[in-house]
Design a protein around this ligand. Structure first.
Ligand code: SDX
Length: 432
């Protein structure tokens, strides 16, 4: 539905006779937006590196109020979803816009369960990778390769194709993730089982072997499900915006999700959970925390407290609070409450939150600060952390892709402030 202007912004530019009138739209929540689309016809571009103040699309999926630490998925607060819902129900909500009734919920769970296997030929893709390849490199490759197997459902204008693709991606990502782990360990792949829940199945594929099954602890399975749930979607973050931009060219959804995985890999984004554990290892002891806090505040030092700060949250990331509670539950279940890594993280958080640098810049723990400690306690290696993030974020990516593709959209094509050489004639090499 086209946006209706609720008011007008008037832009007057020095040296221009006429002011430029720009429509202002109001959303259901959050700041109003100024539509600058017709600025080009007036001879101007907007300029906003990093898209700090730019809304790139309309969306009804997720709302974040960064100042107040609010995260809503289709209007439901993340705290309530984490406490009362589960990951597959949230997947349904993100894709369909409403919570499922019992029949819809059971039907969705069954559909996902029956799409968890991957084509047997895909197993051979792994053999092309070194055993020590980073599992995110493998995930980028094999996820994109899924488009080589589903020619029956690549018409992005067909809603049924978009639906089955969403189901396939949500169902197969844990299988591919577990396969990338097993491959790195030189262990045989473990097939999914339909008698297990989504999180139980993932842990089974990760830790069972042909010689011995893996008995899943309900607490650990619940924690795994909650970790997927807390990562499911987060508005127009860098990887979701990558998926949207790739999708705006008409690329197939598997290729778009592979692009999202690649963007997520960076340590400033989804790679932060791995970077947090590496940072805590680097700090080594509570005694060194002050030294590293000082480094983090030094403009000339590239060191940053990983898992801290956020483009949108200028308050506590609500996911971090739930993750911290889950961390305590898991470590208590495992009988390692005095886990030195957790103790160092909690002390680092306490010192940072009391330090004026972090207070003034409104830097708080984000979703990545505690997630890695839980994953490590469960026995998942550090290099798999961002793979877990990518698996959890898949429904968000595909929901945003589907939201864009199922309505009117344009190819994304930003402009620039050009600061390079003006036109000049070519000079033959012997005359230079
Ligand atoms: C995720 O967008 C999303 O929603 C992402 C995500 C999702 O679910 O998709 O929430 C997941 O990516 C969480 C963020 C994970 N990344 C990290 O934990 C890496 C450490 N954090 C920083 O790199 C940083 O905070 C970012 C990248 C998260 C945000 O960067 P911004 O918004 O561009 O902010 P900035 O870099 O301009 O920082 C503002 C100031 C700067 O100082 P000044 O230039 O103003 O003097 O705060 C400082 C920064 O130097 N700062 C930090 C810091 N983060 C920001 N200083 C020390 N330690 C930090 N962690």
């Amino acid at each position: 539905m086209a946006n209706q202007a609720t008011k007008t912004a008037t832009l007057s530019i020095e040296g221009e006779a006429d002011a430029i009138e720009l429509p202002v739209y109001q959303g259901a929540e959050g700041p109003d937006v100024i539509d600058v689309g017709n600025l080009t016809s007036k001879g101007y571009f907007t300029y906003d590196p990093g898209f700090v103040s730019t809304a790139a699309c309309d969306s009804e999926i997720t709302y974040i109020d960064g100042d107040n630490g609010v995260l809503l998925h289709r209007g439901y607060p993340i705290e309530q979803l984490a406490e009362q819902s589960d990951y597959l129900e949230l997947c349904y909500l993100l894709l369909n816009g409403e919570l499922p009734d019992r029949t819809q919920r059971d039907g969705f769970v069954d559909i996902i369960k029956n799409h968890t296997m991957v084509h047997e030929q895909l197993r051979h893709f792994f053999n092309g990778f070194r055993r020590d390849a980073h599992p995110m490199a493998i995930m980028c490759g094999v996820t994109g390769a899924l488009s080589a197997f589903y020619h029956d459902s690549l018409d992005i204008d067909d809603a049924s194709h978009r639906k089955v693709t969403a189901h396939r991606l949500i169902a197969k990502m844990p299988t591919l993730a577990a396969m990338s782990y097993k491959y790195s360990q030189g262990l045989p792949f473990i097939y999914p089982r339909n008698d297990l829940s989504y999180a139980e199945n993932f842990l089974h594929m990760m830790f069972a072997t042909p010689c011995e099954d893996y008995v899943v602890s309900p607490t650990i399975a619940r924690a795994m499900d909650r970790i997927f749930l807390l990562h499911a979607d987060h508005e127009q973050n860098a990887s979701t915006s990558t998926v949207r931009l790739a999708g705006s060219t008409g690329a197939n959804p598997f290729a778009c999700i592979a692009a999202g995985i690649a963007a997520l890999w960076g340590p400033s984004h989804g790679g932060a959970n791995e970077a947090v554990l590496n940072m805590l290892d680097q700090i080594g002891s509570v005694d060194n925390i002050d030294k590293y806090i000082k480094k983090a505040k030094d403009k000339d030092d590239p060191f940053r407290i990983m898992g801290f700060g956020h483009r949108v949250y200028k308050n506590y990331d609500p996911r971090a609070k739930v993750m911290q509670e889950t961390c305590r539950e898991v470590l208590a279940e495992l009988g390692v409450e005095d886990n030195p890594t957790l103790q160092m993280a909690q002390r680092l958080e306490q010192i940072a939150l009391e330090d004026e640098y972090f207070v003034e810049k409104r830097l708080y723990p984000n979703v990545d600060f505690y997630s890695g400690i839980i994953l490590k306690a469960i026995g998942i290696p550090v290099e798999m952390f961002t793979v877990i993030f990518a698996t959890g974020r898949t429904p968000g990516w595909i929901a945003h892709w589907n939201e864009m593709i199922s309505g009117p959209y344009k190819i994304g094509r930003p402009r620039q402030l050009y600061k390079g050489a003006g036109a000049r004639d070519y000079v033959p090499v012997d005359n230079r």
